[in-house]
Write a protein that binds this ligand. Sequence first.
Ligand code: FE2
Ligand code: FE2
Length: 212
Amino acid sequence: MITETELSTLSSSVAARLSEKRFAHTKGVEEEIIRMGAIYLPDRIPELRAAALLHDVAKELPLEEQIAICREGGDRELETATRSPAILHGHAAAYLIPKTHPKYDLPEIISAIYKHTTGAEKMSTFDKLLFLADFIEPNRPWTFCRDTREKFWSSMPDDPDARLRHLDLTVLSVLTFTLDYLRSRGTDPDPTTERAAAALKRIYPDETVSIQ
Ligand SMILES: [Fe+2]
Ligand SMILES: [Fe+2]
């Protein structure tokens, strides 16, 4: 059980660790995940909010420190993640939180934070909500993020099964965009992101994913 007071204390603790800009993004992810949670996981909203508040808690630590935290935590994907330093902070946060915020050392929170930068071959609905909220929160300035957010909310189906498919296809469009973007810049995407996209494509082989 996570109370409103605990979430407020957590928010202040995270604010003290992050720059103003990063904290504004964090609060945007929290806002977005509350809205998504009301539809997809109405009984997990406090946990979703905690995951949103904590997801970037390691992002502003020096890279060397992020690597050291992952190494100490026994991160099996450390070698691959180190090749794309931008994704390391999700792993580092997952190993840091049990020490800094043990109250939130819950498997669903740690899993979603670990996977939030890359996606993963196996993602729970909780994982998908954090992944997507991080990408489309209202402070994101980029056209694709804004368009994805607009489309996600304006075409939300009424039927619960159709809503899950809608979430999957939106996550797939974000993964596909990320892969295309990285390749267009001559960067090799993280293999976890490739596996995440491939896993969703296997479920929806006939879907054409539009990435605007
Ligand atoms: Fe992040
Ligand atoms: Fe983020």
